[in-house]
Design a protein around this ligand. Structure first.
Ligand SMILES: Nc1ncnc2c1ncn2[C@@H]1O[C@H](COP(=O)(O)OP(=O)(O)O)[C@@H](O)[C@H]1O
Ligand SMILES: [Mg+2]
Length: 145
């Protein structure tokens, strides 16, 4: 468990993961609205793709946004509005999982009705402590890959 005392610490955490991670990888982010999931992903993508000025918006309407540079790709999904009938195929997740170049970040993955845990995932659970503080629990789960 880590206490992120302010947004700068959230940035440092996301950037440290971005420096270490290798594709393919899956990052599942959970926690209430406003807990910092999109902020974390934004810092992560900018570092991983080495594009400081990139604008990363929440894909809560589009469900998915794709970011790339010459050699790397990040898929950013937000499943807040996912409906019960949607499965891996209908949201394109199966294809994203099959592409070994991808780092896949998923907000509200708890809305998936299918388990993703045949693949190892980095799970990040955010909690709001106060206006600027967030608690972050991270773990690796699943995986036979
Ligand atoms: N330590 C922190 N880490 C992340 N976000 C923070 C922190 N402190 C304050 N915030 C604010 O909380 C909000 C988080 O929003 P967002 O990342 O969109 O949340 P979510 O995607 O979980 O709904 C932002 O307005 C951000 O500025
Ligand atoms: Mg969000």
């Amino acid at each position: 468990m880590i206490l992120l005392k302010n947004i700068k610490e959230t940035q440092k955490h996301a950037e440290s993961i971005a420096k270490k991670i290798k594709a393919p990888a899956i990052i599942l982010l959970s926690g209430p609205l406003g807990s910092g999931k999109t902020q974390w992903v934004s810092f992560f993508i900018k570092k991983y793709l080495n594009q400081k000025n990139l604008i990363v918006n929440s894909p809560s309407y589009s469900l998915v946004n794709e970011y790339k540079n010459k050699s790397k790709t990040v898929i950013h999904m937000d499943l807040y509005r996912l409906s019960k009938q949607d499965d891996f195929e209908s949201i394109g997740l199966r294809d994203y999982l099959n592409d070994k170049k991808n780092i896949i970040c998923i907000e509200w993955s708890e809305n998936l009705n299918q388990s993703i845990s045949q693949r190892q995932c980095l799970k990040l659970k955010f909690e709001i402590i106060d206006e600027n503080k967030r608690q972050l629990s991270s773990s690796f789960e699943g995986g036979s890959r």
